[in-house]
Design a protein around this ligand. Structure first.
Ligand code: URA
Length: 245
């Protein structure tokens, strides 16, 4: 498969039109329209499988708009069968802070935007409390771009399939700080299998990704269930603010 075909497929812009064998440009005008091109179905067995490494390499070269189109058309894991909308992310594409959550919930799935339900209202309030807004200096995304049915936890294969998108978002956004909201965001960004409590306590040198500091905090949904933990989340926001005003 050529690079062009891989990109088109990754962006969901297939089927690809190809010339019939033996049909030259000279003969095209003489043929009835349906004979000129053939639709290559993605199910055709002679089409080479795209490896995870090829897919990641393609995603790593996408522009913001191509990335959004690719996420919207993604069929890399089973969540594409149950989603209403994929939820790429929202906000400032050159942010100072990038907030990473877990996965879209019911409202996000309906609207195609992250953190629009109750947890989102709390996240917005937390951001406002430190002088930030989701559209201004902040980009918000999730580890997983499609809603897991019934809001179950994301599964390892889903995280693996979606991580190239998150990596590309971070590379394009070049934030000064990553705020990891909850276990799945922190584990994915830090590549660790620890609890939120343990990851919050990591020394600065171990809490970064390619030189970008990562502040781990509790997920807003957890804070709604455990409001006493809000004081710790406030500490995390203060820490983030001290790192990047
Ligand atoms: N929880 C998340 O982690 N992300 C959302 O977008 C909404 C709720």
């Amino acid at each position: 498969m050529t690079r062009r075909e891989v990109i088109l497929r990754e962006m969901g812009l297939t089927p690809i039109w190809v010339n019939h064998p033996g049909v030259t440009e000279a003969t095209v005008d003489e043929l009835p329209a349906p004979m000129v091109a053939t639709v290559v179905s993605p199910e055709r067995s002679d089409e080479p499988e795209q490896s995870a490494a090829d897919r990641e390499a393609v995603i790593a070269g996408l522009t913001w708009d191509e990335l959004v189109a690719s996420i919207a058309a993604c069929t890399a894991c089973k969540l594409c069968n149950t989603r209403t909308n994929a939820v790429p992310g929202v906000g400032d594409r050159s942010p100072s802070w990038m907030v990473i959550g877990e996965a879209p919930g019911e409202n996000e799935d309906k609207l195609g935007e992250p953190f629009v339900g109750k947890a989102g209202q709390l996240l917005d309030a937390m951001l406002v409390a430190v002088g930030k807004k989701r559209a201004d200096g902040v980009y918000i995304a999730n580890v997983i771009k499609c809603r897991p049915p019934g809001n179950r936890n994301p599964e390892p294969d889903e995280i693996a399939a979606c991580t190239p998108y998150l990596k590309r978002q971070i590379a394009l956004a070049q934030p000064k700080l990553l705020l990891a909201a909850g276990k799945f965001a922190a584990q994915t960004l830090l590549n660790r299998d620890d609890t939120v409590g343990a990851m919050r306590a990591l020394p600065a040198a171990s809490s970064q990704r390619d030189g970008v500091p990562i502040v781990v905090t509790y997920h807003p949904s957890y804070l709604l269930r455990s409001p006493l933990e809000k004081a710790k989340a406030w500490d995390d926001l203060m820490k983030a603010k001290a790192l990047v005003a």
